[in-house]
Design a protein around this ligand. Structure first.
Ligand SMILES: [Zn+2]
Length: 268
């Protein structure tokens, strides 16, 4: 947000300048980057030692009643995956589906079929990028904690996007050290220690109601217990990347980093 000009490569340099270590490229309104520019992004990220992920289009519903909308959804995710892969991104985050008039079980089976189809396609193309279904914040959206962990344990080539703010907003709970710790224990049981050490996490402040997520807030404005989350991550041996999605992105990212480092220093 504090980058000028507003380009991906300038963003990577700004992230480095701020002392942060990772960035998510937001293809949320579609991919407007060609392969050539993606190659330059990869070079810049390597030079600056910034780990990249990408976020696919918001216009995705793998459980649409209209088959052509499902095809278009897969194409959007695949396009983000292919360009993201050239950028050197490790994973592509996406919002899988809405339940609509189907049960969670039916929705799960349909989402699983399409996600498996996409990982097959990417593997055939030699594209190593991982697909990351996100834990979602609204009760109308596919993507509970359990659905996401099960999906990723069943399909090779996937890894979860653990959005702890979403899960808190959706349940009205999941906001204490003990709850975070048991989520991480479940994560490890389902996906193993190696995946626990390479987690992809979203964090922000969040406003919510009975239907879950309303909107993102800054950490200071919200009730989200990020210190407890960071403590639980550290104590459970988790590693990987945290993407901050607060409206004051850079500030809250730095706050998370500072808080995490203070936890590490307090130990030594
Ligand atoms: Zn998202």
């Amino acid at each position: 947000m504090s980058t000028y000009p507003h380009t991906t490569r300038a963003g990577i340099k700004r992230v480095k300048e701020l002392g942060l270590g990772c960035m998510e490229i937001e293809f949320v309104h579609g991919v407007r980057m060609n392969a050539e520019r993606a190659g330059l992004v990869s070079e810049t990220a390597k030079e600056e030692h910034i780990a990249l992920s990408v976020h696919a289009s918001y216009y995705v519903n793998l459980n649409s009643r209209e088959p052509e909308k499902i095809t278009a959804s897969c194409q959007r995710i695949l396009r983000a995956a292919r360009i993201g892969s050239i950028c050197g991104a490790r994973n592509v985050v996406f919002h899988p589906a809405f339940y609509g008039d189907k049960s969670p079980e039916e929705t799960y089976a349909i989402v699983k079929e399409h996600v498996s189809g996409m990982t097959d396609t990417l593997r055939e193309e030699g594209c190593q990028i991982l697909l990351s279904p996100e834990v979602m914040g609204k009760v109308s959206q596919f993507g509970t904690l359990e659905e996401t962990l099960n999906l990723c344990s069943e399909i090779e080539g996937t890894t979860p996007c653990m959005d702890f703010a979403h899960w808190h907003a959706r349940t009205g709970k999941a906001n204490s050290y003990d709850e975070f710790s048991s989520i991480l224990k479940l994560f490890e049981q389902k996906l193993g220690k190696k995946t626990l050490r390479q987690m992809h996490i979203h964090v922000s402040g969040i406003d919510y109601g009975p239907k879950g997520e309303r909107k993102h807030l800054t950490l200071a404005e919200s009730d989200f217990q990020y210190r407890d989350l960071l403590k639980a991550l550290h104590n459970s041996g988790a590693g990987g990347t945290i993407i901050c999605e607060s409206p004051n992105q850079e500030e809250d990212a730095l706050l998370l980093q500072k808080t995490y480092r203070a936890l590490l220093n307090a130990e030594t």
